[in-house]
Write a protein that binds this ligand. Structure first.
Ligand code: UDX
Length: 436
């Protein structure tokens, strides 16, 4: 089957490469000629484990190619995915759908064969209807169906998530749409991944509801963590104790500095806008977004406390380990590290940082933060070390070496990577999240 993927960003590129790997003939399209040139040369625009290899093997096999021309790319394609960005619109937090609609318009102007147009971008309820209206207005002489097929992959685990999903959600309004989508996902279907067929509007809603629920779970455990610190509990045990209840589930109960990334912050805001538009408030999600936002700076204050309070912290040096919003990505979008660094700088603290992949992206977002070349360079002369992102490289720090290099043995572990008794036994003043 020939598939066109419009937009070669995170979701488009990973989905395109994986669909090619299933044996489909995939063309990835992007307006940015520099990106397409680099992809043709085997250079990935993002850091994602396994992606470069997957792309190159499928290009070699002749199943995956790249182009800047939408007209050329969609020619003969039975399924055309729209996987362009839907950023927060500046000012009001609504999802900016201008890229999605521009692509729909271009498809309408160039489509020469029957096809299913699939929105994979995260789009508010009703977007599929508008895409259908735009394409319908062209009065094409052949059948075109518009389908919603949200993507649930996580950065850093994107290929595994795409190939072994918990479920595939397809919102289709007619049999042609369902039939083509069944064919697209046949290889996964054979792997027994449940295929959930529903209406287009429900499918669009599922994506936002899933992200909002996960954001709620994280924020819930983060607040429980704060309370554990006050009452003298251990949030790790509490999370395990509640997570073993199948109705709750163990995942996404890991406390930390607050969620970041390209999805949760933006999608919760967009969902709240939809709720406002329809006068159907989502008060829980409203609270989640607010609590998460204030948490990031609160984590900066936690580091200040470890330095003896804001007054004592002035002029001291803090080493931040990990800057990206989570490990195994170079993505800095809405990363808590940005607010943490800012809070420290506002208090007159010198901040030095190291991240295995994120420093190029981070540097322009963190003016005044010194970027070190390695973990041990970062901790040299530091009055406190704050572990912000749980990269594997920080899970097995040589604590004796850290103690020798740092000015003072103070470790603030915002991801609960270490065991308090072990670190304290090495002579560190240790603080973490939701544990005393
Ligand atoms: C998320 C969704 O998981 C995915 O289904 C959707 O398609 C896109 O958004 P992603 O943003 O890549 O994926 O990362 P994820 O692993 O979900 O983490 C999001 C944020 O939550 C990170 O900042 C992470 O550190 C934080 N998080 C996650 C926690 O603080 N605790 C947890 O238990 C889980």
């Amino acid at each position: 089957m020939k598939i066109a993927m419009v937009g070669s960003g995170y979701v488009g590129l990973v989905s395109g490469a994986c669909l090619a790997d299933f044996g489909h003939d995939v063309v990835c399209i992007d307006k940015d000629p520099g990106k397409i040139e680099r992809l043709d040369a085997g250079v990935m625009p993002i850091y994602e484990p396994g992606l470069a290899e997957l792309v190159s093997s499928n290009v070699k096999a002749g199943r995956l190619s790249f182009t800047t021309s939408l007209a050329e790319g969609i020619d003969g394609a039975q399924a055309i995915f729209i996987a362009v960005g839907t950023p927060s619109r500046r000012g009001d937090g609504h999802a900016d759908l201008s890229y999605v609609y521009a692509v729909a318009q271009e498809i309408a102007e160039n489509l020469k064969n029957p096809a299913v147009v699939v929105t994979k971008s995260t789009v508010p309820v009703g977007t599929g209807d508008e895409v259908e209206r735009i394409i319908g207005a062209a009065g094409l002489p052949h059948r075109v169906s518009v389908v919603s097929n949200p993507e649930f992959l996580r950065e850093g685990a994107a290929i595994g998530d795409f190939k072994r999903p918990d479920r595939i959600v397809i919102g289709a309004e007619d049999e042609f749409g369902r039939e083509v989508m069944r064919e697209v996902y046949r290889p996964l279907f054979l792997n027994q991944a449940p295929l959930l067929f529903t209406s287009r509007r429900s499918s669009e809603m599922i994506k936002y509801a899933a992200n909002a629920f996960l954001a709620t779970k994280i924020t819930f455990i983060n607040e429980i963590a704060d309370l554990c610190e006050k009452v003298g509990g251990d949030v790790q045990d509490v999370a395990r104790g509640i997570g073993l209840d199948n109705r709750i589930g163990a995942k996404f109960l890991h406390p930390g500095p607050g969620y970041g990334g390209s999805c949760f912050p933006k999608d919760t805001l967009a969902l709240l806008k939809t709720a406002e538009d329809y006068d159907s408030p989502l008060r829980i999600v409203e609270a989640v977004a607010k609590v998460n936002e204030t948490r990031k700076r609160a984590m900066g204050r936690k580091v200040l406390e470890a330095l003896g309070g804001a007054e004592a912290a002035r002029g001291k040096k803090v080493a931040l380990l990990g800057l990206t919003f989570k490990p195994n990505t170079d993505d800095m979008r809405d990363a808590p590290s940005i607010a943490i660094a800012q809070t420290l700088q506002d208090a007159g603290v010198d901040v030095v940082a190291y991240d295995p992949e994120g420093m190029d992206m981070a540097a322009p977002l963190m003016p005044g933060v010194a970027m070190a070349q390695s973990t041990y360079e970062a901790v040299t002369g530091a009055d406190a070390v704050a572990l912000v992102t749980e990269w594997d490289a920080f899970r097995a720090l040589d604590l004796d070496r850290v103690k020798t290099l740092a000015r003072a043995p103070v470790l603030v572990d915002l991801r609960n990577v270490y065991r308090p008794d072990e670190v304290r036994a090495k002579g560190f003043a240790y603080s973490s999240v939701g544990r005393v």
